[in-house]
Design a protein around this ligand. Structure first.
Ligand SMILES: Nc1nc2c(c(=O)[nH]1)N[C@H]1C(S)=C(S)[C@@H](COP(=O)(O)OP(=O)(O)OC[C@H]3O[C@@H](n4cnc5c(=O)[nH]c(N)nc54)[C@H](O)[C@@H]3O)O[C@H]1N2
Ligand SMILES: Nc1nc2c(c(=O)[nH]1)N[C@H]1C(S)=C(S)[C@@H](COP(=O)(O)OP(=O)(O)OC[C@H]3O[C@@H](n4cnc5c(=O)[nH]c(N)nc54)[C@H](O)[C@@H]3O)O[C@H]1N2
Ligand code: SF4
Ligand SMILES: [Mo]
Length: 732
């Protein structure tokens, strides 16, 4: 019997439909059973009618109610009592908290101007309401610094956009129709679980699945083939595939002629990329590259699921661009199950969001924008570093001179984010957070590593307790989240906290008085684009989710119509040339090839022959049981991941006399962290892998892998280069 059927018969239970808030391409629709007598949630499950959720949540969110009712939940406002970072607090009332924070903000605004206030937020929730609605209104009314949301996806986004014009692509359901599926820099069974049933359906009909990844992930194990590739080398692989396809005449002449621009220049460019050259860079034998290219061009339909893992490198933007050229080159877009998906968030680009976020409250001001990856620099009192923290996403963008960098950051507002654990160059971030003169306000469910540094720690509601509308990006269903239970303790939704702060600041705009349900209903009803005709408030209330007004099957580019400037897939991009890039696909090597670790090797004369002194590439993708740093503090999930590990190939381990379970010191020019060795052939030689993201305070030495990751921006979008890292490893 389904859970729904089980509870539906029970008069003492109410069933509330909602949606998972997490930053995950699956955006599941869920149902919660609530005991009417005491308003306590009893059970949670995946919505059976949702075409992608298909009745199942992942192993993390299946236990969401443990998170909701966990003894460690923050249940009332707190004010710091110990020294900065000590994590010691006393309980205060909401009124006290809001009044005191408002008074301190007024003081900072008067002395330094509003740009001295920096909001810092990311993916705790992907809801239109609790992610960036009332907070945007609040900070825009103030004129605070703005934050560029670059920590995850911007490099890949830009590469994809330059090539095909929008982040749209194949929908998950259509992967079932593919005959060849390349899972490229993605760990589907961990980070995009609900795609897997469609892939399995395809395999039942004979499809082959190939995983291109430096690690033999659980996805690679479940696939037909694992193709190990060196981190950061994907751009070269795609170039060589195009070389082979064009030289063998396997490209789709008609599609290329009708729907692409720049084929002649592309053909000339890829001439420079024979598979032998790419083999040197990728570590994939040239014969295997040739075969992959021929299979990709001749198996129809051919689908690519590319994801963010492969773009967390300096050349991530260009690598994504190259890969995005492939489906047009072979005409894969023609068929159901052919094409590519990075994200389908571009389907939301026609949303009317002004009523939600109220940019008009800026009233003509243009506050500076800070790149969130450079939080360490932003919190530094050194003006040169502050200038470096400004957002400059393209080569043609310039950062200001130190004198023009603006005021130091004097107040930091963190919500939906745990930067002390997730942001790069952790020692810089923590040094900044430890500044006694910095006012830090943190809105959280739990006392995270970041919350330890708060002056005021404010309890936020979870998704079980508040309204929201979920912004999906891996499929085409928007989902409404209704509150199932009353707030736990004195917790308040982010929206209510910012509403309260606005009132404490004396802001009078009517936008600060709207209630949550009204905001969402107005937002849904404000849409005029035909794409959202089917997403009505009534449908959302009734069913819990609504499909965008897209046909099924949905073939976005079967007849071209790319939303690029030329209307075609741009092998040659004039816009890239204008923005300061090579207008053609190119290979951009990892920056860590030239980083401190490599310099150090040359300077202390550790010759390549001396293998145990050599640095290794280091990547830190998500542990299966965590969601970024969420869930990693709960015993159940921590238990599943054992302890902070470093996967190292037996060859690299032997050269360093490292044995399974050994205590390791892992370091580079930025920092150092201690990890336990997992000696395994599941990572390619020359690369190590540290599953993330552990909280610092749950790591044996109080630090995590972000000690080793740089603030450096990627080639496009000023994104994070978490996996463009080299490290030295030795037994501690
Ligand atoms: N369970 C779980 N699910 C999640 C998350 C989570 O933390 N846990 N995080 C969510 C978020 S915010 C995001 S952005 C996505 C992230 O999920 P994905 O987009 O899948 O990205 P990653 O997990 O960073 O990396 C995916 C794979 O890329 C590989 N990889 C690393 N470098 C390279 C490279 O240079 N080339 C290639 N070909 N592969 C490479 C890694 O080994 C990893 O197996 O998942 C979301 N879903
Ligand atoms: N080394 C390394 N670092 C990485 C990555 C990596 O692969 N390797 N991945 C990067 C990526 S892709 C991403 S997206 C970032 C993610 O980094 P974050 O966006 O910081 O994600 P989480 O670590 O899940 O932290 C989200 C926090 O928001 C809180 N939260 C959830 N809902 C709410 C709410 O409604 N209100 C409030 N106030 N708080 C809420 C949760 O309790 C949690 O502590 O990390 C990045 N960092
Ligand atoms: S984290 Fe992803 S897979 Fe898990 S319930 Fe949420 S949306 Fe679904
Ligand atoms: Mo992410």
């Amino acid at each position: 019997m389904s859970k729904l059927a089980l509870y539906a018969e029970n008069q003492s239970v109410r069933i509330v439909t909602g949606a998972c808030p997490h930053d995950c391409p699956d955006t599941c629709s869920w149902q919660i059973a609530v005991d009417r007598a005491n308003e306590r949630a009893l059970d949670i499950w995946g919505h059976a009618d949702h075409p992608v959720t298909q009745g199942a949540l992942c192993g993390k969110v299946d236990r969401y109610l443990e998170r909701v009712y966990h003894a460690d939940r923050l249940t009332h406002p707190l004010r710091r009592v110990g020294p900065k970072g000590s994590g010691r607090f006393e309980r205060i009332s909401w009124r006290q908290a809001l009044t005191e924070i408002a008074a301190r903000l007024q003081g900072i605004n008067n002395e330094w101007g509003p740009e001295a206030v920096l909001p810092y937020a990311y993916g705790g929730t992907m809801g239109f309401l609790q992610q960036h609605c009332m907070s945007d209104r609040f900070f825009q009314q103030m004129g605070a610094s703005r934050l560029a949301y670059t920590i995850c996806s911007e490099a890949g986004f830009e590469g994809y956009l330059y090539t095909i014009g929008a982040t749209v692509g194949i929908e998950p359901e259509d992967y079932a129709h593919a005959r060849l599926i390349l899972i490229w820099g993605s760990n589907t069974l961990t980070s995009n679980l609900h795609l897997w049933p469609f892939i399995q359906q395809a395999r039942k009909q004979g499809a082959r699945v190939i995983v291109i990844d430096p690690a033999r992930t659980r996805t690679a194990k479940a696939a037909d083939e694992w193709l190990p590739i060196r981190p950061g080398a994907d751009g070269a692989l795609a170039l060589a595939m195009m070389h082979e396809i064009v030289n063998a005449g396997l490209h789709d002449h008609d599609y290329v002629t009708a729907h692409t621009v720049g084929f002649e220049q592309l053909a000339e460019r890829v001439e420079e990329w024979p598979p032998q050259r790419a083999a040197q860079i990728t570590g994939i034998p040239d014969e295997r590259i040739r075969q992959l290219a021929r299979d990709y061009a001749t198996t129809k339909p051919a689908a690519i699921r590319v994801n963010y893992g492969m773009q967390r490198h300096y050349g991530g933007g260009m690598a994504m661009r190259n890969i995005t050229c492939l489906p047009a080159l072979v005409g894969a877009w023609r068929e159901q199950g052919g094409g590519i998906q990075l994200s389908v968030s571009g389907q939301l680009r026609h949303l009317e969001k002004r009523g939600l976020q109220r940019p008009d409250l800026l009233a003509g001001r243009f506050p500076r924008t800070i790149n969130m990856n450079r939080l360490g620099d932003a919190l530094s009192l050194d003006r040169t570093r502050l200038a470096a923290a400004h957002y400059a996403p393209r080569p043609v963008d310039r950062k200001p001179a130190p004198d023009a960098a603006g005021p130091p950051v004097k107040a930091l507002f963190v919500y939906n984010c745990n930067p002390a654990a997730v942001a790069p160059d952790q020692s810089s971030v923590r040094a900044g957070l430890a500044r006694e003169d910095l006012l830090t306000v943190v809105l959280e469910h739990f006392q995270t590593d970041t919350a330890d540094y708060a002056d005021y720690l404010l309890p936020a509601t979870t998704q079980a307790e508040h309204w929201d509308l979920q912004r999906m990006y891996g499929h085409h269903y928007m989902a409404l989240n209704r509150p199932a239970i009353p707030p736990v303790g004195e917790a308040r939704p982010n929206s209510a906290i910012f509403r309260g702060l606005a009132q404490a600041m004396g802001y009078t705009d009517s936008g600060f008085f709207e209630d949550d349900e009204t905001i969402l209903r107005n937002f849904v009803e404000a849409q005029r684009h035909p794409l959202y005709e089917t997403v009505t408030w009534d449908t959302l209330l009734e069913k819990g989710f609504a499909r965008l007004n897209l046909p099924q099957p949905y073939l976005p580019f079967a007849e071209g119509n790319f939303p690029t400037p030329s209307g075609k897939c741009e092998f040659y991009s004039e816009r890239m040339a204008q923005d300061g890039y090579d207008p053609l696909p190119a290979y951009t090597p990892p920056k860590s090839e030239e980083s401190g670790a490599r310099r150090e090797e040359r300077e202390n004369g550790s010759a390549p022959a001396n293998q145990d002194a050599q640095s290794l590439a280091c990547i830190s993708p998500p542990a299966h049981s965590f969601l970024n740093s969420s869930f990693s503090h709960l015993e159940r999930f921590r238990g599943r991941e054992r302890e902070p590990l470093l996967w190292i190939h037996p060859q690299d381990a032997a050269a360093r006399r490292i044995e399974e379970g050994a205590w390791l010191r892992v370091w580079n020019e930025l920092g150092e962290v201690e990890l336990t060795a997992r000696v395994t052939e599941e990572i390619m030689a020359g690369t190590v892998l540290a599953p993330g993201i552990w909280w610092n305070k749950h790591s044996p030495d109080g630090r995590n892998v972000n000690q080793l990751t740089p603030q450096d921006e990627t080639d496009m979008g000023a994104s994070a280069s978490f996996y463009d890292v080299r490290v030295f490893v030795e037994t501690a």
